[in-house]
Every structure is written in C-alpha cells, then in structure tokens.
Design a protein around this ligand. Structure first.
Ligand code: SF4
Length: 237
C-alpha cells in the first residue's frame, strides 16, 4: 500500500495549469520563482480582524447589507484551523489514500444554514473590471476553481454549502492627489456561481500522476520554461 499522499488545492491547481510543474513541485521540491505577496497578506490580516469583530457579535458586516447578503460571519470552533496555512480544512480519502486540504480566508453563514466561502484578494488597477479580467486571464479562472475546491472540502466535512461563493477584492487607488502615507482601497464583492462537480476527479487525477513515473512535457506558453529554454540555447556559462 502506498503512503498517504498529502496535497493542497495549489497542487491540484498546478496539475490543471501544468502537470509538469505539479510533478517538479511535489516530487522534486522544485518550485518556479515567485514574489511574496506582502500587500495581500496585510490586507488578509486586516480583513480577518474586521470580520472577526462581526463574527463575535453575530451581526452582518456592513458590506453584507450593502450587497443584500443575508448572512453573518460563521462562528465555529475550527475557524482558526481552517484559516491556517499549515492546516486548513482537510479531507482524507481511504479509497484513494490521499489527504487533501486548503486554507480559506473566511466563511459566512446564510440564514438557511448554508455556508458561503470567501477569498480575499488585493490588487491595484486603474479600471477594475472583473468580467473582463475573468474572460481574459487564466489566473481569474483559477480563483474560481480555488473557491470550488474549498466548497468541496466543506461539503466533504459534512457542511451544507451555498452554490455561490465570493471574492472580496481590495483595489488600491494609485491615482489619488495626495499620498499622506495612506493607501486607499475601493472594495468589490464578486459573486461567483460555482460548481464542485469536477473537483474529486481532478484530485484523483493529480494523485495518480504523482504516483506514476510519468514526467509530463512543459506547457508551451509558460514564460518561465521559455526563459530557461532561450537561456540554454545561448549556452553562456
Ligand atoms: S512550463 Fe512553466 S509551469 Fe510548466 S514546468 Fe515549466 S515552469 Fe513550470
């Protein structure tokens, strides 16, 4: 029997965007370079503190009222665990021998008990247009899949989950007249109609790939691999 395979939602996302990267990361511990998203982390933390205030008093956050969402931040003994990057919410499959998990940013609860899964994002753009972003960029589609994987995890843990999930976007305004050591944000709450029907199969596909000897080909339009190929072609020592 194979050892239980521990994987996160980002492993499955890597499998979907480039299976080779997924193998490099999980089997060989080789990751593409990335920059730390310090602004994102700061926004996540501030946001967490604010929602925790409304969680404590079990009242809707003012944004819920503005957007007509009949819910309150979900109060549960495991909320800290679900938000922790080292643990998150997890599901273990005995049949396929994997342990899959992901860390959510927040969970809200509707009047009928359904849970709404939320992820917080920070950006800085002149004209924020989610529909255009979603149609144009793969990363926006990955954000939706991220929420769907979290929804699946909550369902597998026995919770009733709403079909809709939200991205809470903070857009830093960069054209203010004066800085005054203050970065102002406009807030966009984006409702996404989600489906978890694909999730389980893709987790199993990822597990099967990682347990096989297959080393997939690089994706043709990846800027990292193309950079390396060009660099090797030049053969500079
Ligand atoms: S193509 Fe890109 S994503 Fe795939 S292995 Fe290369 S660096 Fe990773």
């Amino acid at each position: 029997m194979n050892e239980i395979l521990k994987l996160s939602r980002s492993t499955v996302e890597k499998y979907l965007s480039c299976p080779r990267c997924c193998v490099l990361d999980k089997k060989y511990k080789i990751k593409p370079p990335s920059l730390p998203f310090t602004l994102n982390i700061a926004v996540d933390n501030l946001c967490k503190n604010e929602f925790d205030y409304y969680r404590k008093i079990q009242k809707p956050h003012p944004l819920f009222i503005e957007y007509g969402i009949d819910a309150v931040p979900f109060k549960h003994k495991d909320i800290e665990l679900w938000r922790s990057n080292f643990q998150g919410i997890r599901y273990k499959s005995i049949e396929h021998n994997y342990d899959f998990g992901g860390a959510v940013d927040d969970v809200w609860q509707k009047k009928n008990g359904d849970l709404i899964i939320v992820d917080v994002k920070a950006t800085s753009r002149n004209n924020f247009d989610w529909s255009e972003t979603f149609n144009k960029y793969d990363y926006a589609k990955a954000y939706k899949r991220q929420l769907e994987m979290y929804q699946w995890l909550f369902k597998k843990n026995g919770f009733q989950v709403a079909k809709e999930a939200y991205l809470l976007y903070f857009n830093g305004k960069k054209n203010e007249e004066l800085f005054n050591n203050q970065l102002n944000f406009e807030v966009h709450l984006i409702k996404l109609d989600c489906s978890t029907s694909w999730v389980e199969n893709k987790i199993i596909d990822t597990v099967n790939l990682l347990r096989s000897d297959v080393f997939p080909k690089p994706s043709l339009n990846c800027e990292y691999c193309n950079y390396l190929k060009k660099r090797w072609q030049l053969s500079i020592t």
